[in-house]
Structure formats: C-alpha cells, structure tokens
Design a protein. Structure first.
Length: 323
C-alpha cells in the first residue's frame, strides 16, 4: 500500500517545445481532481536549486493548452549535475513538502530525473518533452510534430525562391544527435536528399545525382541537413564547389521550437500528463510515460534515456524512389 501523495511538483527542463503547456495543464487538473496540490518549479532543475516554486491551481492553467513555450520556463542547469546541486534540489523538494515530481523534458532531463530517483529515492515520473523524438519507449515526443510542421511551412516559402531562381537550397533543421526531424521534414518537403547523423554521407554520389538531374533539365533541389550531421553553410559551400551550381543555405534554428502546438502534440501531452499523475498515485516511480501504437506505454527511466533505433531505412528508400 503506497502512501497517498498530497502535493506533487512539476517542472519543464532542457529545450522548450510546443505542447509542454498542454502537459502542465493536464498534470495540474488531474492532480486537482484527485485531491492533490501542485507545486510548479520555475526554470527546471535550476529552479529547484534556486528555490523557485509556485503553487499551481486549476485556474492557473486556463487557456494555455494552445500556447507554445512553457509557462514554467525552462533551463539547462550545469549546477544540477554536481553533488552540491543535486542536494540543494532535493532540499527544495523537501522544504515545499513535495511528495513526488513530474519532469517534462528530453534525454538530459531524464538522466537528471534518474539521479533523483536512484540516488535519493525520490518518487519521479517523466514525460517526453522534446522536439527531437529521441527517447526510447514512445513513438512520438511532445513538440516533434509541431516542429516538423513549422519547418515544412518555412520550406514551402523558400520553395517559391528555389523554383523562381533555379538553385540548390540546403536547409538545416534541429534534432540534436537524431536525424528524425530531418527525415520527417525531407519526406514532407519532397526533398532530394537528406544528411543525418545515423548514416555516413558521401559528396561524390550526391553530386553525381545532382549533375545527372541537371543534364536532364532539373533546376532546383532541396537538401535537408540535420544539425547533428553537418552545418548547412559548409554543406552548401561544398556542393557549390563540386557541382558548379549556385547553392544557398538556410538554418531554420529556433523558429522550429516555437509556435502553437499542433493537434497531435496537444493530445499527446494531455494523455501523458494525466497518466504521469496517475502513475505517481499508484506508487509507480522511476518510470517514463509514452505512447506506442496509440496505447500508453510505460518504461523504466533507465531504459527511456537510451536513444531508440528508428526505422530510417524506409524513409531513405522512399526519398531515393521519389527523387
Ligand atoms: P532537449 O532534448 O530539448 O535538448 P534535454 O532534457 O535533453 O532537452 P539537456 O540540456 O540535455 O536537455 O538536459 C536538461 C538538464 O538536465 C541539464 O541542464 C541538466 O541540469 C540535467 N541533466 C542533463 N544531463 C544530466 C546528467 N547526465 N546528470 C544529471 N543531470 C543531467
């Protein structure tokens, strides 16, 4: 029989992503309906160290389901990675009588949560809040679908120039060490090629294809580069040098992290937020919640930190086929 939790904490950590607010709302409202109080921690683990804690009630999360970013703000905290930082964070949790913590963040945030769970036996559940979709145990992470959509909207605009001015465009997208966003964007944009960290890349074969296409009258190309694979300016310079064709680049950057969350992210965040609170109530600690094949999936935090193998082969085959 687990002890009933009276007060739970929630924080967002690492890079912000669209849908984090929907997750916070679901956490607060679920806790409220189950008779628990919620403490919101500002600026992730850094806020725990700095004792930045606010009370969150039902009304505090009204009208945020559609808002990008995170009302709790987020941070990357180096201090939390130290013994002293960890202890200060735990002291804040104790000071505010927080019985369990919900962490919304990416793989780094998951590792931090694992430390609180393993080293301090603190009850923790995590939600995959990152645009990168690089966490094990879930088909999607909160924010990825919106980031892909945002990138596609930008590329649709760039495409007008690409077609009018007849040139090669190299577009760099986010994704940290994962090529998932790049592959999704490449398929959705109908791109000619993609550079991702998961596979080695050779310029000669790309240039050969570009030149062959050029001989047949092709005048425009879109090449997507994952930030973890290469830098768009370098790739563009190399392609121009080797092909002799005018090549431009654009780095989409943080624009992908912002904006109104699309339906898929709001719904995912809401489902996972509810589930996270219920896990804490059931005494299921040290777990990460996700969705696999549209069913809630729960894995141990240790496992969830690992980068999953996505089926990139199919994406690459399709790109080649439709080029
Ligand atoms: P995103 O995927 O958006 O980058 P993230 O959660 O992976 O999000 P990180 O900056 O890697 O972002 O991690 C967020 C915070 O989690 C770090 O600033 C740090 O406080 C904590 N953290 C990261 N890695 C560790 C670790 N190995 N041990 C303890 N804490 C960690």
């Amino acid at each position: 029989m687990t002890q009933q939790m009276k007060r739970i904490g929630v924080l967002t950590s690492g890079g912000d992503g669209p849908g984090m607010n929907a997750a916070i709302r679901a956490v607060v409202r679920t806790a409220d309906s189950r008779g628990m109080e919620v403490a919101g921690i500002i600026r992730g683990y850094q806020g725990l160290i700095d004792d930045e804690v606010v009370s969150l009630g039902h009304r505090d999360v009204s009208n945020i389901i559609n808002r990008g970013g995170t009302i709790l703000k987020t941070a990357r905290s180096e201090k939390f990675k130290t013994d002293k930082g960890e202890k200060m964070a735990v002291a804040t949790l104790k000071k505010h009588h927080i019985d369990g913590l919900i962490v919304i963040g990416g793989d780094g945030s998951y590792r931090g949560a694992q430390i609180l769970h393993e080293k301090f036996q603190f009850p923790i559940v995590t939600l995959p809040g990152t645009i990168d979709n690089d966490l094990y145990g879930t088909d999607q992470t909160i924010g990825c679908a919106t980031a892909v959509n945002t990138a596609l909207e930008s590329i649709d605009k760039i495409r007008d120039t690409i077609q009018s001015m007849e040139r090669i465009f190299v577009v760099e997208v986010m994704g940290n060490k994962s090529g998932y966003i790049a592959l999704q964007v490449a398929l959705g944009a109908g791109a000619e090629d993609v550079l991702i960290p998961e596979r080695s890349f050779d310029y000669p074969s790309m240039i050969k294809k570009i030149k062959a296409g050029h001989r047949k009258g092709k005048v425009s190309w879109i090449i997507i580069v994952a930030e973890g694979a290469a830098k768009a300016p370098d790739v563009a310079a190399k392609i121009e040098q080797l092909s002799g064709l005018e090549t431009r680049f654009v780095v989409l950057g943080h624009v992908q992290r912002g904006g109104t969350p699309v339906a898929a992210d709001r719904i995912l965040a809401t489902r996972l937020g509810v589930q996270a609170v219920e896990l804490l109530l059931d005494g299921e600690y040290g777990k990460a919640v996700g969705v696999l094949q549209d069913e809630i999936n729960i894995v141990n935090l240790v496992q969830a930190c690992k980068m999953p193998e996505k089926h990139i082969g199919e994406y690459l085959r399709i790109l080649e086929l439709l080029r």
